[in-house]
Design a protein around this ligand. Structure first.
Ligand SMILES: Cc1cc2nc3c(=O)[nH]c(=O)nc-3n(C[C@H](O)[C@H](O)[C@H](O)COP(=O)(O)OP(=O)(O)OC[C@H]3O[C@@H](n4cnc5c(N)ncnc54)[C@H](O)[C@@H]3O)c2cc1C
Length: 521
């Protein structure tokens, strides 16, 4: 994935792309993946880094959604379970089977969750990741040693998928690039181009570094900008009605010792009727989430104090090792691009999580809602509109069978497993230069080689790109990410031929950002 090469390709003013995609989160890359699977030409533009928005801020679950089943959204669950199976098959280096335990405190809950999860298994059919079962109190304590034991009757085990969201976005972008698409980060779409008939026939994008503008001709333009969808709809029609209601969810990242063992914990109904997960992730514990309505879309939303208190209080209620504010290694917030309800009184928890594809009078296609798990199907459903818009024949989608970049079936032997087949290239860099074998931080396994690799192969341009979305340390331990920033900036400056002033500015920007992921105790 070479930025210079890709810029060269969009400089051809005569070229007419089949599809231009706005947004490099899960929705946008899903569209690009499906389009390349059918042999269409695609250009994708992301105004920041790939997955900078909601797509790096999820609970990290590849799931059918046990909660949606409880809400009776059977179709959504069926579709997501099918996609879950495909994702685990096509990106085994990034997504794996994870066992969950629901602690049971009443007889009614035992019946409800045992039956409900049997149904979940049955719906997954051949793609089931394992049989759900009721386990005794003793077994529950053995598997979750820090679970609250008072009134505990036992537990229900079930299986879902777990993944690295930002790295998946990156690897899918790389897959698209390898199949001929042009994917560019730090390219902001600031205008939609229209013909005399008022129909969209392209867009105008600006390179956020060089400030150069490019006009792109395209037969179909897809707005896949998540919570920013209304902004693009208003570029198309300043009178457009708002259709997105951002709903914020936060996560706290803790040391694994708060929930030792291999299982994740699921609390299906917290004091205010939400679901709370505590999921092992990169040797830490991710705990969340919330569902708080917000007014404005933001790329870097901040967790509210009441959300932090809620997650901590709920975790304290269920765990014997009770996390305090001072135990939080990182806090991150994300915004769900939920479709605005027609009824103003509707609660965000109840707004459907299924995706929608909308066609504007100008032929702008907007993809909204949905979830990470179904990103490929969302892409497929969107690309299906190509014939309706252009009258051209559309080859069959084969995205369900595409192996994602760095696909590797080898079981991860260490943390480099998340790089899949790219692990070999990182090892090679470590052999090439012994300095690159050195750790970025004494407490963590990341080496200098990964920074070099991210600059050369993963389109990392800012210090934040490496620390937040290539090695994920900002999300795992914000203070450690700040400690690592100087060496990362120096390595990047060498690779990208930048000067001292660049290093200084990068460090200033990164430290300002990372402080937002820390909470005061
Ligand atoms: C708290 C939380 C937890 C979640 N957990 C899960 C989970 O465990 N599993 C699951 O399956 N789903 C989960 N989801 C849902 C999932 O994360 C989202 O549905 C998905 O990431 C949305 O992706 P998106 O591409 O639509 O939006 P985004 O990821 O926000 O991407 C939109 C992109 O568009 C870019 N953009 C905006 N304007 C422009 C422009 N003018 N030019 C170019 N680019 C532009 C933005 O920079 C942004 O990167 C969760 C969501 C939240 C909020």
């Amino acid at each position: 994935m070479n930025r210079k090469e890709n810029i060269k390709q969009i400089s051809d003013q005569d070229k007419i792309w089949d599809i231009a995609v706005i947004g490099g989160g899960s929705s946008g890359i899903g569209v690009a993946l499906d389009a390349v699977s059918r042999g269409l030409s695609v250009a994708l533009f992301e105004k920041s880094d790939f997955a900078k928005g909601t797509s790096s801020r999820s609970t990290k679950l590849v799931h059918g959604g046990v909660r949606y089943l409880a809400q009776g959204d059977v179709f959504l669950v069926l579709e997501a379970l099918k996609e879950r199976g495909r994702l685990l098959r096509n990106a085994p280096h990034l997504a794996h089977n994870q066992s969950f335990v629901i602690p049971i405190y009443t007889f009614f809950d035992r019946m409800k969750y045992t039956v409900g999860l049997k149904m979940y298994d049955w719906m997954a059919g051949k793609l089931s990741l394992g049989k759900s079962t009721f386990i005794s109190k003793a077994k529950t304590i053995e598997r979750l040693p820090t679970i609250k034991q008072e009134n505990l009757k036992g537990g229900v085990i079930y299986y879902d998928g777990q993944f690295d969201d930002a790295r998946l976005a990156l690897n899918v972008a790389q897959t698209c690039d390898e199949k001929g698409a042009v994917v560019l980060n730090y390219f902001k779409v600031n205008q939609l181009l229209k013909g005399k008939d008022g129909k969209i026939n392209g867009l105008s994008v600006k390179d956020q570094f060089s400030k150069n503008n490019y006009d792109i001709n395209a037969k179909m333009v897809v707005n896949a900008t998540g919570v920013f969808a209304d902004k693009i709809l208003q570029l198309d029609n300043p009178e457009a009605k708002k259709m997105i209601r951002p709903s914020q969810g936060i996560h706290l990242v803790l040391d694994r010792s708060f929930l030792s063992g291999e299982d994740a914990l699921m609390i299906p109904e917290t004091s205010d009727g939400r679901v709370l997960f505590a999921v092992p992730w990169h040797d830490k514990l991710v705990v969340g989430t919330t569902d708080t309505m917000r007014k404005k879309p933001k790329l870097e939303p901040a967790a509210l104090e009441k959300e932090i208190d809620f997650v901590l209080k709920t975790a304290q209620e269920y765990l014997t090792k009770k996390p305090q504010r001072s135990d939080v290694l990182s806090v991150y917030a994300g915004l769900r691009p939920l479709a605005a309800p027609t009824d103003e009184n509707e609660k965000t928890k109840e707004i459907s999580r299924s995706h929608k594809v909308l066609v504007s009078d100008s032929n702008l296609i907007t993809l909204t809602g949905g979830k990470w798990t179904t990103f490929r199907k969302m892409g497929e459903d969107t690309v299906e509109y190509f014939t309706r818009l252009t009258g051209e024949r559309l080859p069959k989608s084969t995205s369900a069978d595409i192996k994602i970049h760095a696909y590797s079936k080898e079981k991860p032997i260490d943390y480099l497993g998340v790089y899949g087949a790219d692990r070999i290239a990182i090892k090679k860099l470590q052999d090439e230069n012994s300095e690159w074998n050195e750790l970025l931080h004494p407490k963590y396994p990341f080496t200098q080689a990964e920074v070099v690799f991210a600059c050369r192969n993963e389109m990392a341009i800012k210090v934040e790109d490496v620390l937040a979305r290539r090695i994920r340390i900002l999300f795992l331990d914000a203070q450690a990410s700040m400690d690592m920033a100087p060496i990362v900036a120096e390595l990047m400056a060498k690779e990208l031929r930048k000067d001292e002033a660049w290093i200084e500015k990068q460090l200033k920007d990164f430290n300002k950002l990372a402080k937002r992921y820390l909470i005061e105790s």
